[in-house]
Ligand binder design. Structure first.
Ligand code: FAD
Length: 518
């Protein structure tokens, strides 16, 4: 049985026991990747229960270094999370709600520690939003049974997707493996269940007595960094300026994007030098904004109040936010994608390269392919990369360097500020043609054509590869092939480490052999 099915089974089996949970002295909400007060399903549910039972609301967050490690969380992402916790703590404190933060070294100890904390606060009711990775679903199942045994209730609810996984079925009753029909069904489902887009209220103020009762929790410290994942002083300065944190920042960013740029999204979203996308991925990944709020806010700018009506930019943007839901639905249905396996078992047999020199050149942005190098340097410097160039560098790693796409997937997670397992895995599966609804294996991005098409005047390359800044608009895409080799060499820019056509052909051959059973 899949982890999600196990959880649902456990929810069924413990339902009766949970109903018997007595009121207790407080209701608890466990924050995970939902670091916001507004439009948070579980937090709103916990606040509602607290109101009904006339007890205070208590919130907590557990820092798990082992989870950070297992999920390959990048230092910049961890720093973003820890900074956000401070904003969240201050916002909750204004409502007299404590946010208790504790580090739990061993992830296996989390269920037991949650029970201890609930006991120490006199809590018999816990609420949390679901995370869909395999380990998290297993942990929640274990916790559910543990709490039920102790006479406590645990409501683990859907929140991170606009449409919860498992609700959309194709004609044959299965989860869609292709995006376009899935997307049509996704939209139709929302149009006939408009409550899915409804805003969940922020919690009201706790009774004044909560301050006194939970004084210690109000005074808890939030760690400034996670051990082994610290940022240097220079990195802190850089990343804090690039990635202001917290839900107010997220909402302001969404509103500004919808006000000023969403209308031109469909034309500008593919140009990496243009500020044409929302840059909200960092907030969606840490849950400082909900996908629901993103879709609702964009939709409300359409007169028709339909997801597929009105301005092209709005329609296309909503369809991009939907990709995030799609990859989560895929993860829940085919959890093996979470275990280093390609979606299609056949693709496990491709003979990938593990050439360390080539991989190093790719990581460092020194491949001699300017668009690839610009993108990798953008990632290394900012923790972010534009979607178009994510596809270009991923295709280049798998189809030009023939390197195992999982090495690239891992490198991305270790460096992205928005690293998100489902979206990253989906993007790599698409680009390397091994995932669900992939790019056809015979479609191989030509880095030169991509560069000329999406960075026509070389602005993106000039910014990230300053060695090439004086080359003209033609030479900049391929200095050694277009008569600027001497200049490039003098500036220290490397020659291409492979020839696009011959390696791309090798990728085709590897795939054809697989198909022909060679
Ligand atoms: P916008 O264009 O403004 O889109 C709005 C939101 O929609 C994004 O913030 C994101 O949450 C969602 N979205 C858009 N495109 C996609 C997509 N193709 N797949 C899933 N969600 C999407 N996105 C991540 O959030 N985390 C990742 O780790 C990640 N890794 C990727 C790896 C590869 C190889 C590829 C090809 C794509 C990856 N993406 C990932 C998807 C996409 O590149 C980013 O979401 C996008 O670039 C973020 O910029 P933005 O917020 O300005 O996006």
């Amino acid at each position: 049985r899949r982890p999600m099915e196990n959880l649902v089974k456990a929810q069924g089996e413990t339902a009766e026991a949970m109903k018997k949970a007595t009121k207790g002295e407080a209701i608890a909400h466990w924050f995970k990747t939902d670091l916001r007060c507004t439009d948070n399903t579980s937090l709103a549910l916990a606040a509602q229960k607290a109101k009904e039972m006339d007890v205070p609301l208590v919130c907590f967050y557990l820092v798990s270094p082992q989870d950070f490690k297992a999920h390959l969380r990048s230092p910049v992402r961890i720093d973003f999370i820890l900074r956000t916790l401070q904003v969240l703590r201050d916002d909750l404190a204004k409502l007299d709600i404590p946010l208790y933060v504790e580090t739990v070294e061993e992830r296996a100890e989390i269920p037991g520690r949650v029970l201890e904390l609930l006991d120490s606060w006199g809590c018999n009711h816990l609420c949390a939003n679901l995370e869909y990775e395999v380990d998290e679903l297993r942990r929640e199942t274990k916790l559910l049974r543990l709490l039920a045994e102790k006479g406590k209730s645990f409501e683990a609810v859907h929140d991170t997707c606009v449409v919860p996984p498992g609700q959309l079925r194709s004609g044959t009753g299965n989860q869609y493996a292709v995006y376009t029909p899935w997307y049509r069904t996704w939209m139709a489902h929302i149009h006939s269940n408009l409550d899915l887009l409804e805003l969940h209220d922020s919690p009201p103020k706790n009774p004044a007595s909560a301050r006194k009762k939970f004084q210690k929790l109000f005074n808890c410290e939030i760690p400034a960094a996670a051990k082994g994942k610290e940022l240097s002083a220079e990195e802190k300065k850089r990343f804090h300026a690039l990635w202001p944190c917290g839900e107010h920042e997220a909402k302001a960013r969404l509103d500004k994007f919808c006000e000023e740029r969403i209308g031109e999204y469909s034309e500008k979203r593919n140009v990496p030098s243009d500020n044409g996308t929302s840059s909200l991925s960092v907030h969606l990944a840490s849950g400082t904004i909900s996908a629901r709020t993103c879709v609702r806010t964009a939709r409300d700018r359409n007169k028709s109040k339909k997801l597929d009506g009105g301005l092209d930019g709005i329609k296309v943007w909503i369809s991009e936010v939907a990709w995030r839901d799609f990859y989560r639905h895929v993860l829940v249905r085919w959890p093996h994608v979470c275990m280093n396996k390609p979606y299609k078992p056949d693709y496990a047999d491709i003979e990938w390269s593990y050439d360390t020199e080539h991989f190093k050149a790719w990581c460092e942005g020194k491949t001699g392919f300017p668009i690839v190098d610009a993108a990798m340097r953008q990632l290394n410097h900012t923790g972010y990369m534009h979607n178009r160039t994510r596809m270009v560098v991923a295709s280049f790693l798998a189809k030009d360097l023939l390197i195992d796409w999982r090495m690239g997937e891992k490198y991305f997670m270790e460096h992205l500020v928005d690293g998100d397992f489902a979206s990253n895995n989906g993007g790599w599966g698409f680009s390397a043609s091994v995932g669900v609804d992939p790019q056809p294996y015979f479609r191989i991005f030509n880095p030169l054509r991509q560069s000329e098409r999406f960075d026509a005047d070389g602005e993106y390359i000039r910014h990230w590869v300053p060695e090439l800044k004086d080359l003209d608009n033609k030479q900049i895409h391929d200095p050694y092939g277009r008569g600027a080799g001497d200049k490039a060499k003098k500036a220290g820019y490397p020659k291409p480490i492979v020839e696009h056509i011959s390696t791309a052909t090798a990728f085709m051959k590897a795939n054809n052999d697989l198909r022909l059973g060679d």
